[in-house]
Every structure is written in C-alpha cells, then in structure tokens.
Design a binder for this molecule. Structure first.
Ligand code: TXA
Ligand code: MG
Length: 337
C-alpha cells in the first residue's frame, strides 16, 4: 500500500474522514503524540490498527472525542469525578477510564468492561473527529517503539501499512496523555503524563498513583499497557538515577562502554551538556523540556546505530513523573546510581 503524508488542510481532512468512514486507518497529530485512528464503532477498522502496529490484542485503545456528550455517551456510568476532571482539563492530555457502554466493540476495550476516553486539544484532531466521529487511536508507532512526535516518525513505522498520515508538525507535549481511572471516588493515575498528580489534586482534593508506574509488574496490572515492552531503542539503555553523582556515574559508564568498543551516547540535558565534555550526546531538552525531546532522542539514537545509551534521571514528581515512567521503560528498568 502507498502511504501518503499530507499537510493538515481542509482537503486532507475531508479525504481522511472519507477514508475513516470507509473503514481505513489514518494517522493524525494530537498535542501529545501522533495517533493511529479508526472509527471506534467499526470493529474491522479497529482490527487494522492492531495489525498495522503489531499490537498485542490484550492492550485496549483510547477513544478520542470532540465534545462532552460524545464522551458521556460512551460511558455506562459517567461518574461525577469523570465530569469534574473532564471539565477541568479537556480538551487536553488527559484520558479518563470509565465503565464502558455496551455499544463499544470489544476489540476497542480488549474485552475489559472499562474504556479510556480523551478529548484532544489539537485543532486537526478535533476537526477530524467532528468529521468522522469518535476515533479509537493508540500512539502511531509500531508496538514497542518510541511514540511518534513528528509525521516523519510515523512514516518510519507505518510506511506501506496505512493509506494516509496527516502532517500537523511537531507535537507540543511530546509524551502521551495522563491516564486516570475515575470509576471510584479517588482518581488513580495509571500512566503519568503532562497533567500532574498535583494538578488533579487541586481539582478534586486527592489523587493516587498506581503501582506499576515506576516498577515492572507481572500478572494482573491496573492497565494492560504496564505489562508490555515499551519505547525500547535497539541499543542497550541504562537510566542513571538523579543525584549529586549522576553526571560522574554517566561519564564512568560511558567511558567503560567506549573502551569496550561500543558506540555510546548520552541523552543529556542542556544543563549538563558541558560537563560531559567531548562524549557523544543527543540533547533531550533542545526544545524546552526533557519530556518533549525524549522520544525523538531515542529514535535518533537508533538511527545513528548507538549500541549503548545512557539516560539522565529526574525527580519522580510533577512533570518528571512522565519522563521517568517512559525512561525506565526505555531502559527495560535497567538503572544505575
Ligand atoms: O496521548 C495519548 O494518550 C495518545 C494519543 C494518540 O491520544 N494515545 C496513546 O494511546 O498513548 P496508547 O494506546 O499508546 O496508550 C494507551 C494506554 C495503554 O497503556 C493502555 O493499556 C491504556 O492506555 N488503557 C487503555 N484503555 C484502558 C482501560 N480500559 N483500562 C486501563 N488502561 C487502559
Ligand atoms: Mg503507545
């Protein structure tokens, strides 16, 4: 199949909506990462998403909506907490887990009785949903690869597999949405993102963080996504925990790997770039913050064939939570002090 990559204008959007209604899969920009969308009501179209990504069938998708009524219509029980958080943070990088309406095809929810719903803020995503209806969409990467934050990343993974990628430029946030279970009285974060626990607490007084956000889980997980391999670069990655010794530890690990003849790189922050001297670096926060640059840096490290990748740690709070959750998974939970 030929994959077109077209600028996000009204003609492209009309074309994309027609493809979606006809049961095809289209990649589109959101403010977090690019999504791989299909009409949420069409089970066969949704099956094409799983095939294109090589995604395990037990990992459910997020349904993207353009207005509140669409969201509450997809829920069997649109809780007070769901309503409160949706009103505070939508449109935006927050996915709400609620009890699923029985009209949602089970392939979308991977057979769970809950569903994740999000209203993205990206104008292109919103317009596409207005034209085509609610879209089931995971991140538009091959399963296990870093999420795409530019149309070129989507093309790397999806060329030949889908008919159309809508190019909306670089994603503003750069990591996927915060996923929050809002079925009970206290919200529980299943995946940290740009919306922090502090922000959620400010709206509803409390917020818990699920086990599995910072450590590997086996067996039954609060979110199936916790069980799967994620964001893995081809090279062997190690995350060095933040401390006063972090830069020295990274330099030592780099020198050992380089002496062993391994092509080695540090995914660094501007703050420490000078301290690493002549060692090879890809600067993660070139466009502002580490969250924004992490996935691009991981893809860049692969493109340049690095065999050993050293990641800087951050504090596991605020926006650092999302970074650490992704960086730990990229390193396969391989850490150093
Ligand atoms: O920002 C985002 O969330 C992006 C853009 C495209 O919206 N989407 C995204 O989708 O990251 P995906 O499929 O790559 O990640 C969705 C995560 C997975 O870890 C999945 O296991 C979890 O949400 N999830 C989805 N439905 C769930 C449910 N009913 N219960 C628990 N976890 C769920
Ligand atoms: Mg994903």
């Amino acid at each position: 199949m030929k994959t077109e990559c077209l600028q996000a204008d009204s003609r492209t959007l009309a074309r994309a909506a027609a493809l979606l209604r006809a049961g095809e899969v289209v990649a589109f920009p959101t403010e977090t990462v690019y999504g791989l969308g299909a009409c949420a009501g069409q089970a066969e179209a949704v099956a094409r998403i799983f095939a294109a990504k090589n995604r395990p069938a037990d990992n459910p998708l997020i349904v993207h909506v353009a207005h509140m009524e669409q969201a509450s219509g997809l829920a069997e029980d649109w809780t007070r907490l769901a309503d409160k958080l949706a009103r505070a943070f939508w449109p935006g990088p927050l996915s709400l887990i609620v009890q699923a309406a029985d009209t949602i095809p089970s392939i979308v929810t991977a057979g769970l009785d809950s569903v994740a719903i999000r209203m993205p803020s990206h104008p292109t995503a919103l317009e596409l949903i207005r034209l085509a209806g609610p879209l089931a969409a995971p991140s538009a990467n091959t399963s296990g690869r870093p999420s795409p934050v530019q149309a070129a990343h989507v093309m790397e993974d999806m060329r030949g597999k889908i008919p159309l990628v809508i190019d909306g430029g670089a994603c503003e946030v750069g990591v996927e949405s915060t996923v929050v279970d809002v079925r009970k009285d206290v919200p529980i974060i299943l995946r940290p993102g740009d919306i922090t626990p502090e922000q959620i607490r400010a709206v509803c007084g409390a917020c818990e963080v699920a086990r599995g956000v910072f450590e590997p889980v086996a067996g039954k997980a609060a979110s199936p996504g916790m069980l799967h391999r994620h964001y893995a670069p081809h090279g062997q990655a190690t995350l060095v925990e933040e401390s006063a010794r972090m830069v020295d530890t990274i330099c030592d690990l780099y020198d050992q790997a380089a002496q062993a003849g391994l092509r080695t790189v540090i995914l660094s922050s501007r703050q420490h770039a000078q301290a690493y001297g002549v060692r090879r670096q890809i600067i993660c926060d070139a466009q502002g913050d580490m969250n924004h640059g992490l996935f691009t840096a991981l893809r860049e490290a692969d493109a340049q064939g690095y065999e050993r990748i050293l990641l800087e740690g951050r504090q596991r709070s605020g926006k650092g939570m999302a970074y650490m959750n992704r960086a730990l998974r990229a390193a396969g939970f391989h850490t150093a002090q």
